[in-house]
Design a protein around this ligand. Structure first.
Ligand SMILES: [Zn+2]
Length: 618
């Protein structure tokens, strides 16, 4: 579940030039990047043009305050440059994630890391210069020149962040260091996807390599002994690099703490949330309310133990489906279900989704050297790209529906916003994706023909509530703890992170209450979570789960009354033009209150009640 993120900047400039990529026969399951750049040469030409433009951008320094027209011209120019940079990134990042082994793919992201740093350094003066103009002068310029309207949101953010912006020289220095600062995430990616030698285990008579991608599949195996073997193999591989992961993640945490301090934020979490104008109280409410709901999570685990007929419960018993089901969902069937499930979102949504699903916009199948997981990314004005590792199972259908939730958010925002406000805040991003997942569950439940199918789907929904709500909140707490430790002057080694993680695993899974035994060898799991390299990102899965449950329930309940649906779609169409917490409030949802989190926990209790009733009636 990684997405929409502006890709992590690459480590460093890797040597030598770029080579032409051989054109292969079009494959409907492999995305077509030619709308982004027709060839590697075209990409490189655009990159060189972007480098050549940097001195021109730097020359704008000192001109923004002259008059309204100069401010508009400067901002327009920067906007165009930023748009090109984003396009260059999408191409480079897309290619690397489809095959991390190829040196030219690594080179491209390396070159982009370099360029992003240089771009940042060449334009670091912009925010301080606008802040020096002051709110009054900026407002007068906006009144005088209608062309500044599309930059209004950016101007507001720049002025809002004034207390946390340093002088031009310091900002330039920080920007120039960006490729160095992002090397930790890149090092983790290369270690996990390329350098690590993953062992094979025997499953159903075959040798199966348990790596970053296949682990997700095999941990669901119905045979407990196989699951244990998969867990032992996977986590012992990660555990061998505890110190290395300790340095990569520990440094990323330290970077967040240092940056927050430099920018005069009270804490790293406050600094991160400030970017989207999310109050820290939202984060704290989420963690506090989730902690209160742990008995419901433990109730689910007990039901799981009963349904799987296990004498006790271990961490490797979380993933197998509660009800055995062999239905296969090849990609075309997954696409059909995505359309059927999102019917409540109306005809425009349907038409657009059908259109994008018909294009070669997805990288569908797993492959050697390909990154794990799934993501969506977009270039303004083009069909969004969706990256998958489709396994023909129901989870893969959920993932496709999720990623196209992001994709359709991108489509709707692009159709209704100029480039400057099209890109939506991360706080909203997961809502669009998870609402679609909830809609899929609802659709599948109405279609369920047997008690078994119903139990399977309810079980799957419980799993999503565990994985997207409780687990992500546990991650969010891990981030709070690790950042707190560094803020308190503690040194954060891999071993220390394992200790912190172990404590949280035990709390959330009811180790002390005898619900689930947490074996210490699985406490290395933190090393497996790439999202930790985007500080304070994952809490948004949990807040989004709560918001998605709220919206999907109301949209479906409203039936032919389209008002509710349009209120929700307005949030998507607004892109980045409004502050997210306010935007949700306008749609009837207060993320600061306990209510949305309690609603998730109530839904979970209701599912458990329903499943227990179904089981009792057998
Ligand atoms: Zn997502």
């Amino acid at each position: 579940m990684k997405h929409t993120l502006r890709p992590l900047l690459a480590a460093a400039l890797l040597a030598c030039g770029l080579h032409a990529q051989a054109q292969s026969t079009p494959d409907p399951l492999v995305w077509d990047l030619t709308p982004v750049y027709a060839s590697d040469e075209a990409w490189d030409t655009a990159r060189k043009a972007a480098i050549a433009e940097l001195p021109e951008l730097a020359k704008l320094k000192g001109t923004l305050g002259r008059d309204a027209a100069s401010l508009r011209k400067g901002l327009d120019r920067l906007s165009t440059a930023y748009q090109r940079l984003e396009k260059l990134w999408v191409y480079a990042y897309g290619l690397q994630s489809t095959d991390n082994r190829l040196q030219r793919n690594q080179e491209r992201t390396g070159l982009m890391g370099q360029l992003a740093g240089e771009f940042g350094a060449a334009t670091a003066w912009v925010d301080p210069e606008i802040q020096a103009l002051g709110a009054k002068k900026v407002a007068a310029f906006q009144k005088a020149d209608a062309g500044l309207a599309k930059h209004a949101v950016r101007l507001r953010h720049i002025l809002r962040l004034q207390p946390h912006t340093l002088g031009a020289e310091a900002e330039a220095a920080i920007a120039a260091l960006s490729p160095v600062r992002s090397a930790t995430g890149q090092a983790r990616t290369l270690l996990v996807d390329v350098d690590m030698r993953w062992p094979s285990v025997q499953i159903d008579g075959k040798d199966v390599k348990i790596d970053d991608t296949s682990y997700g599949r095999w941990r669901q195996h119905p045979d407990r002994a196989v699951r244990k073997q998969v867990f032992d193999s996977f986590f012992s591989s990660l555990g061998q690099f505890e110190n290395t992961f300790g340095v990569t993640l520990g440094t990323a945490v330290q970077d967040n703490v240092v940056m927050a301090k430099l920018r005069k934020h009270p804490s790293a979490v406050a600094a991160s949330l400030a970017a989207d104008e999310v109050p820290e109280s939202v984060y704290r409410s989420l963690v506090a309310e989730t902690r209160k709901g742990l008995p419901t999570l433990h109730r689910y685990f007990k039901l799981r133990q009963k349904m799987l007929a296990l004498p006790d419960l271990h961490y490797y018993d979380i993933y197998p489906a509660l009800v055995k089901r062999d239905t296969s969902y090849p990609i075309d069937e997954a696409k059909r279900l995505a359309l059927a499930a999102t019917a409540p979102l109306g005809s425009h949504y349907q038409t657009e989704l059908k259109r994008v699903l018909g294009e070669r916009a997805m990288h569908v199948l797993p492959a050697e050297g390909k990154s794990g997981g799934a993501y969506q990314m977009g270039v303004y004005g083009l069909t969004p790209l969706v990256f998958l590792n489709h396994h023909d199972d129901y989870d893969s259908v959920s993932t496709l529906v999720h990623e196209w939730g992001h994709g359709m958010h991108t489509v709707l925002a692009n159709q209704n916003q100029p480039f400057e406000t099209a890109s939506y805040p991360l706080f909203l991003a997961e809502i669009a994706a998870i609402t679609n997942e909830v809609l899929l569950s609802k659709h599948m439940l109405t279609q369920a023909k047997s008690k078994e199918e119903k139990l399977y789907l309810l079980g799957h929904e419980l799993e999503r509530l565990r994985g997207t709500y409780f687990r992500q909140t546990m991650f969010a707490e891990f981030e709070l703890r690790t950042h707190d430790a560094v803020q308190a002057g503690e040194s954060l080694s891999g071993k220390r992170m394992t200790e912190i993680y172990c404590g949280l695993l035990k709390d959330y899974h009811g180790d002390a209450q005898g619900v689930m035994k947490i074996d210490p060898q699985y406490c290395q799991e933190w090393a497996f979570i790439p999202h930790f390299y985007r500080g304070f990102y994952v809490y948004q899965y949990a807040t989004s789960m709560a918001a998605a449950q709220f919206f999907a329930d109301r949209i479906v309940a409203a039936g032919s009354d389209t008002k509710v649906r349009e209120t929700y779609l307005d949030v998507l169409r607004a892109g980045g033009s409004k502050a997210p917490v306010e935007s949700l409030k306008a749609a009837g949802l207060d993320m600061n209150s306990a209510a949305p989190y309690q609603a998730v926990i109530q839904r979970m209790d209701a599912i458990i009640d329903e499943m227990e009733a179904l089981l009792a009636s057998q």
